[in-house]
Ligand binder design. Structure first.
Ligand code: SAM
Ligand code: SF4
Ligand code: SF4
Length: 341
């Protein structure tokens, strides 16, 4: 069957099609960002998935093909830290060669990017997002929980750009932690022509230490930057675009704002997420999952796996960000490092 010809390409209970797949290829990370994998919880005795519990390359490719047959066009590879996975080059090139995949991107902390940028480009990758929260070594080291220096990430970004990758930067902004870095980050990446995206601090997982007072609303970030470097709005590129975009006046360089707390975008959320052990989640804030790896390892045919996905997606009603502030009791959620943001 040709991609996207599957007769029951699913629409969820709120009318949203399935278009994007985010695949976490490892739950491990060499950083311990306070807002994602704090050392107290993800310490030396934390048990990560063993090799045999991870989706293997053939399983990953098979599942991706099935998702593509249901209408998925965009794939994002994430983690944990995806560049820790040894066969990252093979993963990219195999997924890229699946007919129907229109776009593939990787999100990384950039720590290994200098060594791997060329390999990723040769595997066919065109776009990469690098997470970086500060240009100040002390603050960045504290935020990444490992004292990791800024310079290595910046060298990774330069290596990616030199290899021909289009680079975006993600900065999670936390009030009182790194909000003083908004302008230095904006200036630095404006000069280099890379899109910097400001991500509102979110209450993902059970260990982010989130509270609303620490969120810097995107509106405020625009005001801060506009006062220094005038901005103008840019129209969205496509339905369901997560970032609201602005351009520095008189340039082609953009910034983006991902406002999942103050301007939720659940209404156009077309994203499914696959954890490193092959569990399907239909929301970043989900507590329920569907174990597709066990279904596959029990011998299910492609059609059976497809039907399971169609059923899960058809029943999907997630809109957590739209209801966040009305939630009265805390709930257990999947960890961000498990499904990758
Ligand atoms: N390790 C890779 C990285 O950091 O880019 C990929 C996985 S990481 C979970 C994906 C993205 O989620 C990163 O850009 C990270 O900054 C973001 N993130 C993690 N925890 C977050 C939180 N509590 N609020 C907002 N963004 C968060
Ligand atoms: Fe690792 Fe990325 Fe989470 Fe930081 S945000 S701990 S780099 S997975
Ligand atoms: Fe999508 Fe869930 Fe985020 Fe809403 S809260 S945009 S449904 S992932």
């Amino acid at each position: 069957m040709e991609p996207r010809d599957y007769p029951t390409a699913p629409v969820d209970a709120l009318g949203r099609p399935l278009r994007d797949l985010r695949i976490s290829i490892t739950d491990r990370c060499n950083f311990r960002c306070r807002y994602c994998m704090p050392e107290e919880i993800f310490g030396a005795d934390f048990r990560f998935l063993s090799e045999e519990k991870l989706l293997s390359l053939p399983e990953l490719v098979r599942l991706t093909q099935i998702f593509v047959s249901l209408g998925v066009e965009k794939i994002r590879i994430t983690g944990g830290e995806p560049l820790l996975r040894k066969n990252i080059g093979d993963i990219i090139s195999r997924i890229r060669s699946i007919e129907g995949v229109k776009d593939i991107a990787v999100t990384t902390n950039g720590s290994l990017l200098k060594q791997k940028a060329q390999q990723l480009r040769e595997a066919g990758l065109e776009r990469i997002t690098v997470s970086l929260d500060s240009l100040n070594d002390e603050r960045f080291g504290r935020m990444n929980g490992r004292g990791f220096p800024v310079r290595t990430v910046l060298e990774g970004i330069d290596a990616a750009a030199s290899a021909g990758l289009s680079v975006k930067i993600n900065m999670v902004v936390q009030k009182g932690v790194n909000d003083q870095d908004i302008i230095p980050m904006a200036r630095y990446f404006r000069e280099r022509g890379h899109t910097l995206r400001f991500v509102e601090f979110m209450d993902v997982g059970n260990s982010s230490g989130w509270n609303l007072q620490q969120v810097v609303p995107s509106k405020r970030i625009i005001e801060i930057i506009h006062a220094d470097m005038p901005l103008e709005p840019v129209a969205p590129n496509y339905y369901g675009e997560v970032a609201t975009r602005y351009r520095y006046q008189g340039t082609h360089t953009e910034i983006g704002l991902i406002s999942s707390v103050t301007q939720a975008f659940c209404g156009s959320c077309t994203r499914a997420r696959l954890s490193a052990e092959g569990h399907l989640y239909t929301c970043l804030f989900a507590s329920d999952k569907t174990d597709l790896l066990s279904v596959m390892r029990a011998g299910a045919s492609d059609d059976e796996v497809r039907q399971r996905i169609v059923q899960v997606w058809s029943e999907r009603q997630d809109r957590y960000s739209e209801t966040r502030l009305a939630q009265t009791s805390p709930r257990r959620m999947v960890e961000m490092s498990h499904i990758g943001g």
